[in-house]
Design a protein around this ligand. Structure first.
Ligand code: 13P
Length: 255
């Protein structure tokens, strides 16, 4: 049985300015450093301009830094985009790819997401690959089919089983639970995470070793119940990651 290290990542989205972001990261880094036993890898994903100062502020602490997106290409004429190697150079170990807000606002397809994920791995970072169904898809009974199709296409070329390869992390984020204050129920999460793990095995991934995070209205109040589910290996947290105390409650909710 492979031990899966838990992972709690805070997606700050387009929030935070330099002073507040660095202060939040410093506070979390201190909490991580003074924790007797850190129950998870803890990652903050600030907006692009804050990655460098945040990474410098927390260097040497157990707190890790991630990006919120990267471009699939190494360099080139892609105005406004950031390459994976640029994020790695700024201090990122992780990068979120395929968040539903990027799929929605920037028309990112599963193929785009997979290409970004491969770019992340090539730059030495683990991609956190986001998938999740809409409310309509769930209502039509298509949630599992949609999520499995997303998994298949968004992980294309990312499931190399060599022991040295960087394993992608999967984040199941039902779109209807993001920013709504209405998380999926423990039953819905448990069922979908088990389906995702089974599908990862079908795809030839090292399913028992891969981490599957839940995201969507995770907060200090519901984290313990969600994080206790057997196929839930951590959380991808939006709103509640912007306050150090709330985010820390989620980290320490891991038993
Ligand atoms: P909320 O935790 O604010 O619902 O956001 C979840 C999310 O989108 C994390 O990536």
């Amino acid at each position: 049985m492979v031990e899966r290290r838990r992972l709690v990542a805070g997606n700050w989205k387009m929030n935070g300015r330099k002073a507040g972001g660095v202060a939040l990261a410093r506070d979390l880094a201190e909490r991580c450093t003074s924790a007797e036993a850190l129950p998870a890898e803890v990652v903050v994903c600030p907006p692009a301009t804050l990655i460098w100062p945040v990474a410098e502020a927390v260097a040497g602490s157990p707190l890790l830094v991630g990006g919120q997106d990267c471009h699939a290409a190494e360099t080139g004429a892609f105005t406004g985009s950031v390459a994976a190697a640029m994020l790695a150079e700024a201090g990122c170990q992780y990068v979120i790819v395929g968040h539903s807000e990027r799929r929605r606002d920037h028309g990112e397809t599963n193929a785009d997401v997979a290409a970004k994920g491969r770019a992340a791995v090539a730059a030495g970072m683990a991609p956190i690959v986001c998938i999740g169904e809409s409310a309509d898809e769930r209502d039509r009974g298509e949630a599992v089919a949609v999520v499995c199709a997303q998994l298949t296409a968004s992980l294309d070329g990312l499931l190399d089983r060599k022991p040295t390869s960087i394993r992608p992390v999967v984040a199941y984020e039902p779109i209807w639970a993001i920013g709504t204050g209405r998380s999926a129920t423990p039953g819905e999460i448990a069922e979908m995470h088990a389906r995702i793990r089974a599908h990862l095995a079908v795809l030839g991934g090292d399913a028992q070793a891969m981490r599957i995070l839940y995201g969507g209205s995770v907060n200090a109040g519901n984290a313990a119940e969600i994080l206790a589910l057997s196929d839930v290996d951590g959380a991808l947290v939006g709103g509640a990651s912007l306050k150090s105390g709330d985010f820390w409650c989620i980290v320490t909710a891991i038993s």
